[in-house]
Design a binder for this molecule. Structure first.
Ligand code: FAD
Length: 383
């Protein structure tokens, strides 16, 4: 593994740093308080190529490798996890999955819009009654002639209220030979599909998180992605790469926590000197720094494995598990450095902590990551 960045990777990271400074940083507090980032950010992300990373230019993508994708995701996560999540879902879970599993027609139909930011994608797996046990989902798609009729509901769907297309997972006919879960690309304006914004989130307040309800939603059979019954494999392969993207976002949170803690500690004085000069404050800061480095190296290893065509699923779970827990620790330590000021939103640590907390929950909780890692090590499934 080469830990030196190439010229292209260095350039794309700088592009992301500049983008965050210009388009995100000035609005972070305002978007968090308003519970919505400005939707125009999606188009801007598309224009700069961040919604097309790793996707072939033939389909409107901007190319690049997975390390470049991680570098951009980290910078976006450093700026605002709500914006980072828009990219991780619309590109990471939807466009990249279409690029891998989709038919030629599906790629041509959806990828140019998703990579340019004209369209937004969302990933519909979780249901009110099935989260960790996603394979047990109950949304049903029943074949009727050349169509499927879908009924059910989806919970906690990132980008849900903004999305133009949902990568939807539904149980197809239970008739012999038709068992299992299948994946569909469903335009969100299809009659029978309704959406409700979920308010009151602890963090990621800028994100349009929604519940989707599907009542007799009719989709053409051509909207199915991958063969019937392969939907769970589609979902798991999307999440395996998605976990790397979450991990990279967490590195960004932890780096932001470190930067903020160091700056504040050198400026704030107590007991006649900068608090940076107190040993226990240095302990807080050095703990954050070690978490940043360890999380980043685990995340880069996943990118390197993917780019070399090697197996990466277990490493992705390790990176996501460690980086998400590290981001929570780092943000909490930074908040401690800020003292009482850490508790109000004019200072960054509180939001970093609120945003970090969900990273240990979605795309598989920390407990689920441990079961994935444990299964790989022992050969025994404890699910
Ligand atoms: P549950 O599965 O009910 O788990 C509750 C607790 O039980 C957890 O601590 C869990 O670790 C533990 N547990 C469960 N099973 C086991 C086990 N076998 N062994 C040990 N412990 C176990 N989903 C999507 O499909 N698309 C999205 O875009 C999306 N975005 C999200 C955005 C936000 C802000 C949030 C909060 C969630 C999002 N989710 C999304 C859903 C997320 O993936 C689920 O919340 C997550 O998978 C956990 O499911 P659950 O909430 O039903 O918890």
């Amino acid at each position: 593994m080469n830990l030196e960045l190439s010229e292209e990777q260095t350039a794309v990271r700088q592009l992301a740093k500049d983008f965050v400074a210009r388009e995100i940083a000035p609005h972070v507090i305002e978007w968090d308080r308003a519970e919505s980032v400005d939707r125009s950010i999606v188009k801007k992300l598309g224009e700069v190529g961040f919604l097309g990373l790793t996707i072939d230019e033939e389909y409107g993508g901007s190319g690049g490798d997975h390390l470049a994708y991680c570098l951009v995701t980290e910078e976006l996560g450093r700026g605002d996890s709500s914006v980072r999540g828009i990219v991780s879902v619309s590109l990471g879970l939807v466009a990249k999955t279409i690029a891998y599993w989709g038919s030629e027609e599906q790629k041509r139909q959806w990828l140019p819009g998703l990579t340019s930011g004209e369209l937004v994608g969302c990933f519909g797996l979780t249901e009110p009654g099935t989260g960790s046990d996603a394979g047990n989902l109950s949304t049903k798609a029943v074949r009727e002639g050349d169509s499927y009729v879908v009924n059910g509901s989806k919970m906690f769907i990132t980008n849900g209220t903004w999305a133009d297309v949902v990568l939807l997972f539904a149980r197809t006919n239970d008739a012999p030979g038709h068992k299992g879960v299948s994946a569909f690309l469903v335009p969100t304006d299809t009659p029978g599909l309704s959406r409700r914004t979920i308010h009151g989130k602890l963090g990621l307040r800028g994100q349009a998180t929604a519940e989707l309800v599907l009542e007799d939603v009719r989709v053409p059979a051509s909207a199915m992605m991958a063969p019937e019954g392969k939907g769970f494999s589609v979902a798991m392969s999307a999440l395996a790469k998605g976990r790397m993207s979450v991990a990279a976002g967490c590195v960004g949170i932890a780096q932001a926590a470190l930067d903020a803690a160091v700056t504040y500690a050198t400026e704030r004085e107590q007991f006649g000197k900068a608090i940076a000069g107190h040993q226990l404050v240095q302990e807080l800061i050095s703990d954050i720094a070690v978490d940043v480095d360890a999380a980043r190296l685990l995340t880069w290893r996943v990118a390197d494995l993917i780019d070399r065509g090697q197996p990466f699923t277990t490493e992705s779970s390790k990176a996501k598990l460690f980086a998400s827990e590290a981001a929570v620790r780092a943000a909490n330590n930074a908040l401690q450095v800020f003292g009482g000021y850490g508790y109000i939103d004019e200072y960054p640590a509180g939001k970093l902590l609120r945003d970090a907390r969900v990273m240990t929950l979605y795309e598989g909780t920390s407990q689920i990551q441990k079961l994935v890692i444990g299964r790989a090590l022992t050969g025994v499934s404890a699910f």
